[in-house]
Design a protein around this ligand. Structure first.
Ligand code: FVH
Length: 284
């Protein structure tokens, strides 16, 4: 069914969202601070709003996707939010989402926060995921409308949950990128082909290691760190070999050195027989 939706913020992501909603047959009203960014969307059938307040007034659902939460507050400043759902897909922190949720509900609106786990080119295609949190009633009302954008997962009524999970997902991603870059630097230090190493060896290895994580997550939930595989003492020695080898190869281990230090600290505190998942105790 065709719905009215407002999209505020037409950067790379906002444009991809608006385009996908238009292509799905929805009536889309668009607004951007620099008006020219709306031109291509208007040519494809979107309606241009002269102000952000006018865009919000045009539809029961207003999607905001701008640089940061300060910009979100600026954009929504003069709008009448009573009876509207604001879906904020701007990247931010849990505390910012909770504050935004309070502000929107204080003005009579429903608030949904969202974390986009995709680049703009992925929106509307398999593999794109949007994490939602905030008003469950609003999510249920708009879920079908939002479906063309990405797979969706509502995490709970607390608006802070989507950014929390979004940042946790990004944390996992950055950790993986750090490991990849260090490994590639080591291989390259001998002039060996990085691409072939990555495709045939590293990626399958990383998949195999990723498969262990649910088991580690269970250990963390239970605070149970016994291991049948290599314990922290074995890993301490392994990390020492690794850092010495990096030095000998003339490569910096800077992205992983904090992990080596934490490992050594945990062993020094008498936890050498535990598994790697126990390092979380040094982080919290
Ligand atoms: N692009 C991506 O891959 C990531 C994927 C995951 C989610 N992010 C988040 O999405 C938000 C927007 O990102 P974007 O890629 O669309 O960013 P830009 O293309 O740089 O567009 C920024 C828009 O924000 C508007 N804007 C900035 N400041 C203000 C302000 N004070 N008042 C009103 N609008 C503002 C800007 O307007 P203009 O400069 O064109 O006038 C753009 O519309 C972001 O949170 C990512 O982390 C994207």
């Amino acid at each position: 069914m065709s719905e009215n939706i407002a999209v505020l913020g037409l950067g790379l992501m906002g444009t991809a969202l608006a385009e996908t909603l238009l292509a799905a047959g929805h009536r889309v009203t668009v607004w951007n601070r620099s008006a020219a960014k709306a031109d291509a969307l208007v040519a494809k059938g979107a309606t241009r709003a002269a102000t952000a307040a006018e865009a919000v007034a045009a539809a029961p659902l207003a999607i905001v996707c701008v640089l940061d939460y300060a910009a979100v507050h600026e954009v929504l400043e003069g709008a009448d939010l009573a009876g509207r759902t604001v879906l904020n897909l701007t990247n931010g922190r849990p505390a910012e989402a909770r504050e935004a949720g309070d502000r929107v509900s204080g003005r009579g609106g429903d608030y949904l926060d969202g974390g986009i786990m995709a680049v703009p080119q992925m929106i509307g295609h398999p593999g794109a995921l949007i994490l939602y949190s905030g008003s469950r009633a609003a999510f249920d009302r708009h879920e079908a409308t939002l479906k063309p954008l990405a797979e969706s997962r509502h995490l709970g009524e607390d608006p802070g949950l989507a950014p929390l999970y979004d940042l946790a997902m990004l944390t996992g991603m950055y950790g993986q990128i750090a490991g990849f870059l260090e490994a590639a630097a080591l291989i390259a230090s001998e002039g060996r082909p990085v691409r072939e190493f990555t495709e045939t060896l590293l990626v399958p290895w990383m998949h195999a290691m990723a498969a262990l994580k649910p088991r580690w997550a269970e250990d963390i939930e239970q605070g149970h760190y016994a291991t049948e595989v290599s314990n922290l003492e074995v890993n301490r020695v392994g990390m020492l070999n690794l850092s010495t080898a990096f030095e000998e190869q003339g490569v910096k281990l800077d992205l992983l050195l904090p992990m080596k230090e934490i490992l050594e600290r945990r062993v020094a505190r008498g936890h050498g027989a535990e598994g790697l998942s126990s390092l979380i105790e040094e982080l919290r």
